[in-house]
Design a protein around this ligand. Structure first.
Ligand SMILES: [Mn+2]
Length: 336
């Protein structure tokens, strides 16, 4: 099958060094971890020394089975001049959970499908049109004329399936993606097994937390933007910090009239993790960027300082501004 080409400088970077340290973002998701694993296998098969690092503990249930495969002690590594640092699924060296000052000493490659980060890295393979970082790794295998084995096919499919909401987030003109998936399934990946791996193992507490968040959801901006929240008290009472965000967004985004969803997760009285989703034209990536975070047009996030009321007011102002620019039929200009 024909994959989109990988920049030749990137392929050269993946063969030039002796040792590779692969790193993703904090609170890693399956796309981040699986693209690390898929690239690690590729590099090992070409005779390289590889370290895969991730900030622990993992907090997403579908990723727990992968935790033992990752190292987490930066000090145990002794990078030399023939070591390349590869960031996967992020481009910002400050978001790895490891000391940026140390990481900054090494030459760096960025492999990512987010476009809101700064243009960092000595080697860059950034394609915001790719639905997952695992697809970029799959292209690297193809570019080298190599085929991943059954285990790596499963891993690459796992990452792809989580980032695409099991294909639901894919839009038109994605034939390369389906051909790539066909290759993975031919190589041994099982959609059914992967779906069970992604969705199983939730506690009753996570469902009750979802119930609370659903109950609290309110429409703002002339019934276009749904906002809800959770705080540390919820997590204490329900014994869970996990809320199955994908399902929650799905339920909220399917409500009549909803253009965007905002979930506020208070970490403490003064820190809030903001999750954003858009159904159509609203660019939540822009809103996340204004809050110091990042992401895509339709899915983005940020960590924001301040009380929930303050963060919420700031978010509403950003939505108001963008809805006004988009010329939404909102009646009065200040009719929020
Ligand atoms: Mn990703």
């Amino acid at each position: 099958m024909n994959f989109a080409p990988v920049p030749s400088a990137v392929m050269e970077g993946l063969s030039f060094y002796d040792t590779y340290i692969l790193l993703g973002h904090e609170q890693p998701d399956a796309d981040c971890l699986c693209s690390q694993l898929g690239l690690a296998d590729f590099l090992k098969k070409t005779g390289k020394n590889v370290h895969i690092l991730a900030a622990k503990p993992f907090d997403r249930p579908e990723t727990l089975s992968l935790e033992s495969l990752f190292e987490s002690d930066w000090n145990a590594l002794n990078p030399d001049e023939k070591t390349l640092l590869v960031l996967l699924d992020l481009s910002d060296i400050k978001r790895t959970g490891f000391p940026a000052k140390e990481l900054d000493k090494l030459p760096r490659m960025v492999i990512d499908h987010h476009d809101s980060g700064k243009a960092e890295g000595d080697y860059r393979y950034v394609d915001p049109h790719s639905p997952s970082t695992t697809l970029l790794v799959q292209r690297i295998w193809a570019e080298a004329g190599m085929e991943p084995d059954r285990e790596t096919c499963n891993i690459l499919f796992f990452g792809f399936a989580t980032d695409t909401g099991f294909f639901r987030h894919l839009e038109d003109k994605t034939d390369e993606v389906f051909n790539a998936v066909a290759d993975l399934v031919r190589g041994g990946a099982s959609p059914n097994r992967t779906f069970r791996q992604i969705s199983a193992g939730r506690t009753l507490g996570t469902r009750r937390l979802m119930g609370r968040i659903m109950e609290r959801s309110r429409f703002y901006c002339k019934d276009k933007v749904l906002i809800s929240w959770e705080d540390p008290k919820d997590r204490e009472e329900l014994g869970t910090g996990e809320r199955d965000s994908d399902k929650l967004y799905e339920m909220l985004q399917s409500i009549e009239g909803c253009e965007a969803v905002v979930l506020l997760r208070m970490e403490n009285d003064n820190k809030c993790i903001v999750g954003l989703r858009s159904n159509n034209d609203i660019d939540v990536g822009r809103i996340a960027s204004a809050l110091g975070g990042g992401g895509h047009k339709k899915a983005a996030g940020a960590a924001s300082e301040g009380s929930m009321d303050k963060v919420k007011a700031r978010i509403l102002a950003l939505f108001e501004e963008q809805l006004y620019q988009l010329n939404f039929p909102l009646g009065k200009q200040n009719g929020f």
